[in-house]
Design a protein around this ligand. Structure first.
Ligand code: UD1
Length: 419
């Protein structure tokens, strides 16, 4: 099994180019199911989840071409199946994103019911009740969601929790529904806005994306476009955290500073000098020790749950006590026990972690339990004294493109081994 071996203690220094956003490209690839004819997505990150989505679309009979620059061109004219099988859904919950567009365009869809995962139970009830409200007939049988509808009908849907993929699924269903749909309590995440921008270019009529109320006027059909994925804000934040935790200086290029306001504010509170331009962010720690910060995760524009684990690692090395509260997922503190194996001083009370910063942590063998937990352990390893071995890095590869190569370019002593 592949592992990362990190020799900690080198301040990172340099520039890194940010990839397209994982959480934007997955719904965009699902949205290609809505296009009559060909559609091309650019700035696609080379990630395991993208490969899984390609396999999912190919399994449905969609023709998918990946060119040398990793631009992905799809053609739905060959579609022959409306099924997302268990083998793929179990490795990537975001497979649920094909449900809305497939049902809206083809009148039927079957998607294996995603189970729980390492960070919580993660139900899809809001996706299903929203589609039912639009007139779909939905049954859940033998672990499969089966949805049918001749043509979905626009309606007002009030989601009782803010759900990112739930909002995206209902948005992709509403664009081809008859009449007007109003999505209330919608997720405001930048990836939802990116999807809406793409759908509008394809001929949809959506207003209000990025606010809690999205209004969609249904249309008869959508056409293919060339669309460039927005930069990954979580990858950006993770590289900036690598600079902060090693007391270094890193400039992220091709970034979208406007998508990271709450995170940049916390970096500044932690003592970092942060500068931004139109498409870059530079974080300079000026060799100073981090200060602890309190974090409470929230839907956008609040502090993202996908940056919680990275800030936990930063707090473990900081001066003072930081309180980290996770409000989105019920079981997203698995990195705490691993950080403690490296000497972190953290008390966990339910979904609240009280972190007393230590001057030093010490390298140890640790195990990644989910994608962002793996980022947290890599960060801790970069700053700890001695050697850290991070196991189960297949989690890392789901969301970070060639992480070790890019960290090496910033001066990190990190390598991938296979044993
Ligand atoms: C997306 C992101 C993930 C991020 C998360 C929260 C993608 C592919 N993944 O996941 O990286 O951590 O948003 O920002 O974009 N919920 C329900 N019923 C539902 C749907 C959700 O109760 O039908 C609950 C979930 O259990 C969770 C909360 O709502 O407690 C938010 O989840 P949601 O926003 O749906 O997360 P994802 O879209 O799966």
């Amino acid at each position: 099994m592949e592992k990362l071996i990190i020799e900690g203690g080198t301040p990172l220094n340099g520039e890194v180019v940010i990839s397209g956003a994982k959480n934007a490209v997955l719904p965009l690839l699902a949205a290609t199911l809505l296009a009559d004819g060909k559609m091309t997505i650019k700035n696609v990150p080379r990630l395991r989840d993208v490969n899984t989505t390609i396999r999912l679309l190919q399994g449905m009979g969609v023709s998918v071409k990946v060119n040398d620059d990793y631009h992905i061109t799809t053609d739905t004219s060959t579609i022959s199946s409306y099924v997302a099988p268990y083998e793929l859904v179990k490795t990537m919950r975001a497979s649920i994103l094909v449900l809305g567009p497939t049902l809206a365009r083809y009148g039927e869809a079957e998607v294996s019911l995603p189970g729980g995962c390492a960070i919580g139970s993660r139900p899809v009830n809001i996706h299903l009740s929203g589609l039912e409200a639009m007139g779909a007939e939905i049954t859940v049988h033998e672990g499969f969601i089966r949805a049918r509808a001749e043509r979905l009908k626009g309606t007002r849907i009030v989601m009782d929790k803010v759900t990112v993929t739930g909002t995206e699924n209902l948005l992709m269903a509403a664009v081809l529904a008859e009449g007007t749909s109003i999505l209330e309590h919608a997720a405001c995440e930048p990836e939802v806005v990116d999807l809406a921008n793409c759908l509008n270019q394809m001929g949809a009529n959506i207003i209000g994306a990025g606010t809690p109320t999205i209004v969609v006027q249904g249309v008869e059909r959508l056409h293919g476009v060339n669309y460039t994925v927005l930069p990954d804000r979580i990858e950006t934040g993770t590289f900036l955290a690598a600079a902060a935790i090693t007391r270094g200086r890193v400039k992220t290029l091709g970034a979208a500073p406007g998508t990271l306001d709450s995170v940049l504010q916390k970096f500044r509170e932690a003592g970092a000098a942060v500068e931004t331009g139109e498409d870059w962010i530079e974080l300079d720690m000026r060799s100073r020790t981090l200060k602890s910060v309190d974090i409470t995760t929230d839907p956008h524009p609040g502090f993202p749950t996908d940056m919680q684990a990275q800030f936990m690692a930063m707090n473990a090395f900081a001066q003072g006590i930081g309180v980290v509260v996770e409000t989105i997922f019920e079981n997203r503190m698995m990195h705490v026990a691993e950080l403690m194996r490296m000497g972190a001083n953290i008390r966990l009370e339910g979904n609240t972690a009280i972190v007393a910063g230590m001057p030093d942590l010490y390298g140890a063998p640790v195990m990644a339990t989910d994608l962002r937990a793996s980022a947290s352990l890599i960060l801790a390893g970069l700053a700890a004294k001695g050697k850290t071995t991070v196991d189960r890095i297949y989690h890392t590869d789901r969301g970070y493109e060639k992480i070790e190569v890019r960290l090496q370019q910033l001066g990190a002593k990190i390598e991938r081994v296979n044993n």
